[in-house]
Design a protein around this ligand. Structure first.
Ligand SMILES: [Zn+2]
Length: 277
C-alpha cells in the first residue's frame, strides 16, 4: 500500500493553464492532466491508495479560494485525498485564514518560498509558524532549490533547522529529500532532527542523486520519512522504484510507504487494513 504525501491538483478550469505554465519551467514529462479525476485515475493505475494534496496560494488574494478548493477536493474524493491548505505569509489576514484552515478540516499548511516570494526568516512568516504551532497544523515547506529560479536559495535547510530548534512542538515537513539540490546541507542541518523528510521529485534526472539520498535517509529517523512523488511533475510508480533502488533496510519500507503518513494524517487503521497489501 502506498500513501503519496506530495501531490498537486488544480481546479478543472485552471488545470490546462497551470500544467503549461509550471510544466514549461520544470520541463519534465507529467503523469496526469492536473485534474482531480485524472489524478485519481493515475493513482489507481499506479497503486496509490491515498494522496496528500499540497495546495499553494501564490498571491495573498488567492488564499481564500485555494483553501476552499483544498476542502472541496478532500470532500469530493471519496476519502482518497487529504489536503493541506495554504496562506500567503504577506496576506493581511493570514492568521485569520489559518483559523479557517483548521475549521475546514485541512490537515496542515504548505509554504513555498519561491512561488510565494516570501522570506522564511521574515516576521510575517514567523507569525504563520507561531499560529500553526498554536493550532496544531503541520507545515510542509518546499525545500532547497527550485527550477523556477536556478541557483537562488530561498528555502535553506540551515534556516529550517533554526525554526525546528526554536519551535520544537511545530510539526515540520521538509519536502524534496529535505532540500532539492543541497543534500550536503540537509545532512548537516536536518538529518537526525525531529523533522519529516518527504522524498518528492527525487527520481527525476535533474534531482536524482542516489548516493547522496541513500546517505541522508540512512542518517534520519525512519519514522520521519514520507513517500511523496510531486505528481503531476513526477510519477509515483517511478518515484517508488527509485526509492526502493536506494537499498534502504527492507523493514523501513512499510513506514515510508504508508505507515508514517497514516499516523501524520490521522488515517484510521481500519481504512489501512481495508486496502490490504
Ligand atoms: Zn510539489
Amino acid at each position: 500500500m502506498i500513501i503519496d504525501t506530495h501531490m498537486h491538483i488544480y481546479p478543472d478550469f485552471l488545470a490546462p493553464k497551470a500544467m503549461s505554465r509550471i510544466g514549461g519551467v520544470s520541463a519534465a514529462p507529467t503523469c496526469t492532466d492536473g485534474t482531480m479525476d485524472g489524478t485519481l485515475k493515475m493513482m489507481d493505475e499506479q497503486g496509490v491508495s491515498f494522496g496528500l494534496l499540497l495546495h499553494i496560494a501564490t498571491e495573498p488574494r488567492q488564499q481564500h479560494n485555494v483553501n476552499n478548493f483544498a476542502a472541496e477536493s478532500m470532500q469530493n474524493s471519496n476519502g482518497r485525498f487529504y489536503s493541506f491548505g495554504s496562506v500567503h505569509p504577506d496576506a493581511e489576514d493570514a492568521v485569520d485564514e489559518l483559523y479557517r484552515i483548521k475549521e475546514l478540516g485541512l490537515r496542515g499548511v504548505k509554504l513555498h518560498p519561491y512561488y510565494q516570494d516570501f522570506d522564511m526568516e521574515g516576521k510575517n512568516a514567523v507569525k504563520v509558524y507561531e499560529t500553526c504551532r498554536a493550532l496544531g497544523l503541520p507545515i510542509a515547506f518546499h525545500m532547497g532549490f527550485d527550477p523556477v529560479e536556478p541557483g537562488v536559495m530561498r528555502a535553506s535547510p540551515r534556516v529550517l533547522s533554526q525554526l525546528i530548534f526554536a519551535m520544537p512542538d511545530l510539526t515540520v515537513i521538509a519536502a524534496h529529500m529535505g532540500g532539492m539540490g543541497c543534500s550536503d546541507e540537509v545532512g548537516m542541518y536536518l538529518c537526525g532532527k525531529t523533522v519529516y523528510i518527504d522524498t518528492a521529485y527525487s527520481a527525476q534526472p535533474r534531482a536524482s542523486s542516489p548516493d547522496a539520498h541513500r546517505e541522508l535517509l540512512l542518517a534520519h529517523d525512519p519514522s520521519l520519512i514520507l513517500f511523496g512523488s510531486d505528481a503531476p511533475w513526477s510519477a509515483p510508480a517511478a518515484e517508488w522504484e527509485y526509492l526502493k533502488s536506494l537499498g534502504l533496510p527492507e523493514e523501513w519500507l512499510p513506514g515510508i510507504a504508508y505507515k508514517n503518513a497514516a499516523r501524520l494524517l490521522g488515517i484510521e487503521a481500519g481504512l489501512i487494513d481495508d486496502c490490504g497489501k
